[in-house]
Write a protein that binds this ligand. Structure first.
Ligand SMILES: O=c1[nH]c(=O)c2[nH]c(=O)[nH]c2[nH]1
Length: 324
């Protein structure tokens, strides 16, 4: 998530101060995790589950608690769990987790942390998936996905974040965000950008038809945070399906801006998943610059856009759907 998107709990602020510490960029790989099965299917996606033969995450851990104050103010480390130990803890728990989702793993490890270290008041765990692609190999009935060889991919990644807080003897699941980051899509025609402010600063020509290249991160929250864990697969929203909704809506809609496009994607996501409370976007405009439009038909030649780049941030909830 970009800095501008950070939530209050990213930097735990008591009334007086910010105080937290942790480990980030903990890379963990697990083979033969439990498969994700039984998810709902939607018209925009062929995704109906994940084998989890290879499951990789980059994890971030954040501890909060008043008992860490002496480590900052008095050089007293007696309550400090070394961040190196946090890393070892995460790696160990990857072998214990019996679920099938990133969010479920984060919740499992977060709860283990709070159970193990009674002076930790709250823990925030987040992770970005390392994507791997199944590779097609010749089988008896043509090509089929290898169950042992995977390609390291730079495709979009699932994202998860959970926040657990200790309240007396209870561990409360206070907040959750799921997402898919790093979607990059180009639509070669049937996009426009017209009708914007024209004044002495305007040099951009209006375009009735442009090629549009966007990068997109999509985040969502559930009405009931527990639904993010995937223990009830019918209530779980797979990142792969949200990615597929984005590309299908892009294909279908003749959008007059990125703002218009992400709103249409958000409506479709909220429509498909009644469990979701909010959906939010961070979009970036990477649209190429047209250098030749004198070719036959729709053919064009483009070059990379120069800096700076435009962006859009937008969040929606069910009231946007009701207004339609
Ligand atoms: O989809 C767009 N939205 C904008 O706000 C904008 N501004 C701009 O220069 N190009 C674009 N494209």
């Amino acid at each position: 998530m970009s800095d501008s998107n950070k939530t209050d709990t990213d930097t735990q602020s008591t009334d007086r101060r910010t105080m937290n510490y942790g480990k980030e960029k903990v890379a963990v790989y697990r083979t033969y995790a439990n498969p994700l099965e039984g998810v709902r299917t939607i018209p925009e996606s062929s995704f109906d589950g994940r084998d989890n033969i290879l499951f990789g995450l980059e994890v971030r851990v954040q501890f909060e608690g008043e008992e860490f104050l002496p480590s900052f103010s008095e050089a007293d480390n007696s309550k400090v769990v070394a961040t190196d130990s946090m890393k070892n803890f995460v790696l160990h728990q990857a072998g214990e987790y019996e679920g099938a989702t990133a969010e479920g793993f984060l919740h499992f490890v977060g709860k283990e942390f709070l159970d193990t270290y009674s002076h930790v008041e709250a823990v925030k765990m987040s992770a970005t998936e390392y994507p791997f692609d199944e590779r097609p190999v010749p089988g008896e009935d043509g090509f089929e996905p290898s169950d042992v060889v995977f390609r390291v991919s730079d495709d979009e990644s699932a994202f998860g974040e959970i926040y657990l807080e200790r309240n007396d003897d209870l561990i409360e699941f206070k907040e959750q965000t799921s997402g898919v980051t790093g979607i990059k899509l180009i639509k070669v025609k049937d996009n426009s950008f017209t009708g914007y402010v024209q004044d002495e600063y305007t040099t951009l020509p209006e375009r009735e038809d442009r090629a549009l290249y966007i990068s997109l991160d999509i985040f969502w929250t559930y009405d009931e945070p527990e639904n993010a864990l995937g223990e009830e697969p019918q209530q779980y929203v797979p990142a792969e399906q949200v990615r597929d909704i984005a590309q299908v809506v892009f294909h279908e809609v003749d959008a007059n801006s990125i703002q218009d496009l992400i709103y249409q994607i958000g409506l479709r996501v909220l429509e498909r998943y009644p469990e979701l409370e909010t959906v939010s976007f961070e979009a970036n405009n990477r649209t190429w610059i047209e250098v030749r439009d004198d070719l036959e038909g729709d053919a064009r030649v483009f070059r990379e856009p120069p800096r700076p780049t435009g962006y859009q941030q937008f969040s929606m909830d069910r009231s946007d759907l009701e207004e339609q």
